[in-house]
Write a protein of this length. Structure first.
Length: 170
């Protein structure tokens, strides 16, 4: 039979696999990039560094939210994800380094720089104060990239549609 469809699917799969970011070892000399993601029940963060012109993951971290944290605003959940990385898991490697932080909310930068806070935000600001963060808000179209990186804890939106070119015909 005609194998042209299978050949195209294989080539598409080959391209996707070759372009996918591969887990790399942490390099103390390279700049640090942090991708934050949180949903209604979990949070995660991906520590990344540039290798050969592409950002590659170095470490994936995540956890299920405690019952009291589930009512937090999504921006506060992303602050929790950042604190998980900075304070609990990678403190020694990241201390003294500038971290480029990618978030869906501009609130993180505000919490980090604001002089007039109250409530939980004061606690977050105190915990973040020793860190040098360059916060960049991720545009809506780039959120799919974040979801892909965080797919270990979140249901990847549009997964079925992304696999259509690879699926064999019925």
């Amino acid at each position: 039979g005609d194998l042209s469809v299978a050949q195209r699917a294989f080539e598409a799969l080959q391209t996707k696999v070759s372009e996918a970011p591969i887990l790399k070892h942490f390099n103390r000399i390279k700049e640090v990039h942090v991708m934050l993601f949180a949903n209604e029940w979990a949070l995660s963060t991906t520590l990344m560094q540039e290798h050969e012109g592409k950002l590659h993951p170095v470490r994936f971290l995540g956890r299920v939210l405690k019952e009291s944290e589930m009512n937090y605003h999504p921006a506060e959940k992303e602050v929790l994800a950042l604190l998980l990385l900075l304070l609990k898991k990678y403190y020694m490697q990241l201390a003294g380094k500038t971290s480029h932080v990618y978030t869906r909310f501009s609130t993180l930068e505000w919490v980090h720089q604001s002089k007039s806070l109250f409530g939980r935000d004061v606690q977050f600001a105190v915990l973040l104060s020793p860190w040098h963060l360059k916060v960049q808000r991720v545009k809506e179209q780039d959120v799919v990239f974040a979801q892909l990186l965080q797919s270990s804890i979140t249901k990847f939106v549009d997964l079925e549609e992304s696999l259509v070119p690879l699926a064999p015909p019925n």
